[in-house]
Structures are given as C-alpha cells and as structure tokens.
Design a protein around this ligand. Structure first.
Ligand code: PXL
Length: 277
C-alpha cells in the first residue's frame, strides 16, 4: 500500500482541506498521514472563525519521522497559512525526497479572480516558490494569475490558457494542471501541461450551475489518490474531475441550500467505480 502525507489545515466545519483529503485518499486505498498546520472552527469564508496556528509543530513532527525513517510516496500540500509554512514545506520536500516519490502542490489561495481573505499578492508570489519546487501543481486560473503576474480574465481563449500553463511551467514544476478551464458555455474542465514531454491535455465535462467551497481540495485529493493507484496524470485528472462534478451534482440534487462544502461522502461509491474497486 502506498503512503502519502498531506499538509494543510483542519477546518472543523466546512468540508475542505484535511477533512476531505483524509477520507477521500484513505477510501482510495492509500495510507494518509497528515500534518495539520492550523485548527480553525470553520474555513475562512465564514466570519468570526477561530484559528489556532500549529506552525511550531511542523518541524518536531518531521524530525521525529526522519528519526523513525518514515518515508512517503507523495507529499501533498494544500491551504497553507503563512510564509513560514511555505518555507517549512520547501524544506520538507528536500528532506523527504526519495528516488520515486512525488511532490504535489495545490496552492489553495483564491478563486473567481480574488484571493481568500487571509492572503495578499506577496503571499501568492511566495507560494510560487513552493510550486517551483514541486513535481505537480494544480492551481485554478485565479491562483495561476496571481503567481505569474498575469491579468485575470473571465472569458479567454486557448492561447490565454496555454500561455498561463507555459508561465506556470517556467516556475519549475514538471506538470502544471489548471483547473476550472472553460472554453464553451455549459462545459468546464482541466488542462495540464507536461513540460518534459511538451504535451498538453484537456479534459472537459458538463459544467454544473452551482459552485461550492472545497471542490478544489476534493479535486486535488482525488488526483493524488489516483496517481498513487498507478494512473498517469492525464487519467488522474479525469477521475478527479468526474468525481468532483458528481459531488456537486449530488449536492445540487439535495435541494437544500448548502452554504458550505459538497456531499463528497455520498459520491464515494462512484469514485470506487471510477478506480475499478
Ligand atoms: O478550500 C480551501 C480552504 C482551505 N482551508 C481554509 C480555507 C479555505 C478556503 O477559503 O479558508 C482554512
């Protein structure tokens, strides 16, 4: 069985970061170690959330693991809350590098042209330095624009997306995957670029009319799980996109106003079918 470690916050309510990564990757049959970077009462889109920072725990935890010679097939970072946490992750990538493992960065920082309340442009530029150290990165268009200093556009063409992918690749990652890429009404998808093979791949599917919080984390977690199950990155993004869309479909079908997160739990049987389990 493969073992990964994911490093992100625990938002106690809100179905994002560790509370989706841990169940999804575990359900995919992959051992999932965690480093919680902070404990929040909810994610930061709520007002009045509490937050206990755990940055000072990261080094003692990783040092212990090094003493115990614990290694990981993937290191996956999500929402990080400070410059210091980004720097600690860069160190962790170096300290835990093996001949075969992968580093996967979801630079969770914003959406729809805006950064989340806790972040500014300097933070996005610093996150770009973590992306530079990763094998695979999965920003959405907003995050990619902030990291590369590109103007954010609501409507765009393939040339704009290709340009963004090239700029992301020049940061340093081997494979750059842009989420939320839509060229036609009613469709959305993901577009990836493998710099070593100079290969681009676009997977698109039906666009659902609602958008929910935490879907980026669901996409990334599923992608890591699928990579660990042996799928190549192109198949992994297909599986992740289809599962995320199904989570949204089930949430919409529920009919009740859902002001946080999606019903990812109810879509787990579908995910198992996607990975042939
Ligand atoms: O899903 C991204 C995310 C994760 N963690 C926290 C957040 C957010 C998005 O707002 O606030 C704490």
């Amino acid at each position: 069985m493969k073992r990964i470690v994911t490093v992100q916050d625990i938002s106690c309510v809100g179905k994002c970061s560790l509370t989706v990564a841990l169940p999804i990757i575990s359900a995919m049959g992959v051992e999932t170690a965690i480093i919680p970077t902070a404990v929040l009462s909810t994610h930061t889109m709520f007002s009045g959330f509490t937050c206990k920072d755990l940055t000072d725990q990261v080094e003692p935890i990783t040092k212990h693991w090094q003493n115990e010679k614990i290694d990981f097939d993937a290191i996956y970072t999500g929402y990080l809350g400070s410059f210091e946490q980004i720097d600690l992750m860069k160190k962790m990538f170096t300290d835990f590098r093996t001949d075969t493992n992968i580093t996967f960065v979801d630079p969770a920082m914003g959406d729809c042209g805006k950064l989340y309340p806790a972040f500014d442009e300097a933070f996005a530029k610093h996150m770009a330095t973590l992306c530079a150290a990763a094998d695979i990165i999965v920003p959405n268009i907003t995050e990619a624009c902030f990291m590369t200093g590109t103007e954010y556009k609501e409507t765009y063409d393939e040339a704009y997306v290709n340009d963004l992918l090239k700029k992301l690749s020049s940061l340093g990652a081997k494979i750059s995957i842009l989420t939320g890429v839509s060229f036609e009404e009613g469709k959305t998808g993901v577009m990836g670029y493998d710099k070593e093979k100079d290969e681009t791949y676009y997977f698109c599917h039906e666009k659902l009319s609602s958008s929910y919080h935490g879907t980026g984390d669901i996409f990334s977690s599923t992608c890591v799980g699928a990579l660990m199950r042996g799928y190549d990155w192109k198949k992994a993004i297909e599986i992740a996109a289809l599962y995320t869309a199904e989570c949204i479909r089930l949430t919409m079908a529920d009919g009740k106003l859902n002001w946080y997160g999606v019903h990812f739990e109810q879509a787990i049987p579908y995910l198992m079918k996607l990975i042939g389990k």
